[in-house]
Design a protein around this ligand. Structure first.
Ligand SMILES: [Fe+2]
Length: 379
């Protein structure tokens, strides 16, 4: 492949248009993000990591994902994008500063590329010591039966005080602490074109090509940032072209890494479950592609947001793999994915969407050849 125009290094935030920002503020707080800035027309939420915000929504007439924002490490990258793609470099008028260009991807998403945005000092949260497995410390100390944590009780948050009665209902108050947004998944009309666009313009590398049972590779990919010898997340983007009928909005989901460990993810799950305001989408399980533990929730508008922890890191030497479609859906463990997974629909339409075959049932149909594999046959 010829050299890309630039190589983005990080996903900074996702951008939405919503009719009611107050409702979304409530969700983002329950989800574990913190309000960083607010104007009459926009909200900016941050995590505990270095980016000044990781989620932006502006007040508008409809509910939609506008796009995503990525970072480059050199101003020259913005200049190359500007000259090659005929886009203007402008000052970032929103909090955080820096300069940016805005591109439009093949799905019509606005892709903002930033250079020079202010970074925050990350809040470092340490994970608790776990008395489980055969740790190196235990093997070194020649006492494999002893724990790493002795005379130190494991307490996640405020122990049983995390459970509070609210209107005769028990609510679990410890929320996940979100660190950053690590990836998005988008529904593509033509996954091959999407893969080409992100490779040639932003330098993304394919980690996995998603293969149909007929050996074709038009079902999408998991792509990561090319950060050379510095390890990057297994994927920063998942381009998906599901088989069968369907004209889906581009936004599938955004995946937010939690600050702590598995306990952080589990606490957030029980918080959102006990609050009982938002539909649970999929989880808890452990993905195969990326290996993360995952837990997916829908906000008030039906957009899906994922908590994840313990994902794979790969440097640029890792070659692309050809991966069967089933590996995207059939996790290492976890419940079956609902038919609504990856689809942005208002929550009052969710029940109807979930009457369709679950995604494991779609995988079975694909493997039995009951769904045509050629995209042209699906039209
Ligand atoms: Fe994800």
């Amino acid at each position: 492949m010829s050299q890309p125009i630039c190589k983005i290094t990080d996903l900074i935030f996702t951008r939405f248009e919503l009719v009611d920002l107050d409702k979304q503020k409530e969700f983002m707080n329950h989800f574990g993000c913190q309000l960083a800035h607010e104007t009459d027309n926009s909200i900016f939420f941050k995590g505990s990591g270095s980016n000044p915000y990781i989620y932006v929504a502006s007040k508008g007439d409809q509910n939609r994902c506008i796009g995503m924002a990525y970072k480059v490490n050199a101003f020259e990258d913005l200049q190359k994008l500007s000259s090659n793609l005929n886009v203007e470099i402008v000052d970032n008028e929103e909090p955080g500063g820096g300069k940016k260009v805005t591109l439009i991807d093949p799905e019509g998403l606005e892709i903002e590329i930033y250079y020079g945005m202010n970074e925050m000092k990350p809040e470092i949260k340490t994970s608790p010591k776990l008395n489980t497995g055969n740790s190196t410390e235990r093997i070194k100390s020649n006492s494999p039966n002893a724990g790493d944590r002795v005379n130190e009780l494991q307490r996640i948050g405020q122990a049983s005080d995390e459970w509070q009665l609210e209107d005769d209902k028990w609510v679990y108050n410890l929320r996940t602490s979100v660190k950053r947004v690590g990836h998005t998944a988008i529904n593509c009309k033509d996954a091959k074109e999407s893969i080409r666009w992100y490779s040639e313009n932003l330098g993304l590398l394919v980690t996995n090509y998603i293969m149909g049972p007929d050996g074709s590779d038009h079902m999408g990919a998991f792509m990561r940032a090319d950060t050379g010898d510095t390890p990057a997340d297994h994927h920063i983007l998942n381009n998906v072209q599901f088989p069968g009928e369907g004209d889906f909005a581009p936004y599938g989901h955004a995946g937010y890494e939690v600050s702590g460990s598995v306990d952080d993810l589990m606490a957030g799950h029980h918080h959102l479950k006990s609050v009982d305001k938002y539909p649970h989408e999929w989880g808890i399980g452990r993905h195969l592609l990326g290996s993360q533990m995952y837990d997916y929730w829908r906000d008030s508008y039906g957009f899906t947001h994922e908590h994840w922890t313990d994902g794979d890191f790969l440097d640029s030497s890792h070659p692309p793999e050809k991966t069967p479609f089933r590996d995207t859906i059939m996790a290492q463990y976890g419940p079956f994915a609902p038919s609504s997974f990856g689809v942005s629909v208002p929550n009052d339409q969710l029940e109807e969407v979930r009457k369709n075959p679950r995604l494991d049932q779609v995988v079975a149909m694909v493997e039995k050849g009951e769904i045509p594999m050629n995209p042209e046959e699906n039209k």
